[in-house]
Design a binder for this molecule. Sequence first.
Ligand SMILES: N[C@@H](CCC(=O)N[C@@H](CS)C(=O)NCC(=O)O)C(=O)O
Length: 207
Amino acid sequence: MMKLFYAPGVCSLSPHIVLKESGLPFELVRTDIKAKTTEGGGDYKKTNPLGYVPALGLDDGTILTEGPAIVQYIADKVPEKKLAPANGTLDRYKLQSWLNFVSSELHKGFSPLFNPAMPEAAKQIAKDRLAARFAHLDAHFAKHNYLMGNDFSLPDAYAFTVLRWTAPTKIDLAPYPHIQAFMQRMQARPAVQAAMTAEGLGGDAPR
Ligand SMILES: N[C@@H](CCC(=O)N[C@@H](CS)C(=O)NCC(=O)O)C(=O)O
């Protein structure tokens, strides 16, 4: 059975949601990303030498890392669930474009805000960069329910996961009503609720 190495509320929530959407069986392995241990005290760096989550353990012993690759692997196991367009189509590249946007512009855009060593001025620069990207997303969600259009797909799980971090970083989403509506739409999905409950997250839980 696939094993998802995760920590509550961090970016591993994205593949967790996708696993729930897929309906495939999987095991969760809780990881302490500061101590670099797995539940039971194992050395997590033996699983991922970089010490970060998510990582997906496959039946043949392969460890797949990097969120955007993990979610595509899961989606391609269940094509009938339409979590991603077929490989080789233009829509698949559009989906990869969104995954990369969420990864490098949003996810890593938040990182300075979680770094206690980062000076306040640098945090403000990071917030200003995020604001420009939020405006872009808000305009998108004014016209579309999901990143790929009318239907849920992989980058929505990732965007939902990282946009939740606006709560602990005290970024007000009020200027972005269409992002707020997207977050509510996502939160209403049974797979999202199931993943959040399994991670012990409330509606407004921190990273
Ligand atoms: N490039 C990785 C980054 C994953 C990442 O940033 N993981 C964070 C949680 S959101 C983590 O485990 N941080 C602990 C650390 O870097 O030591 C990916 O996209 O999957």
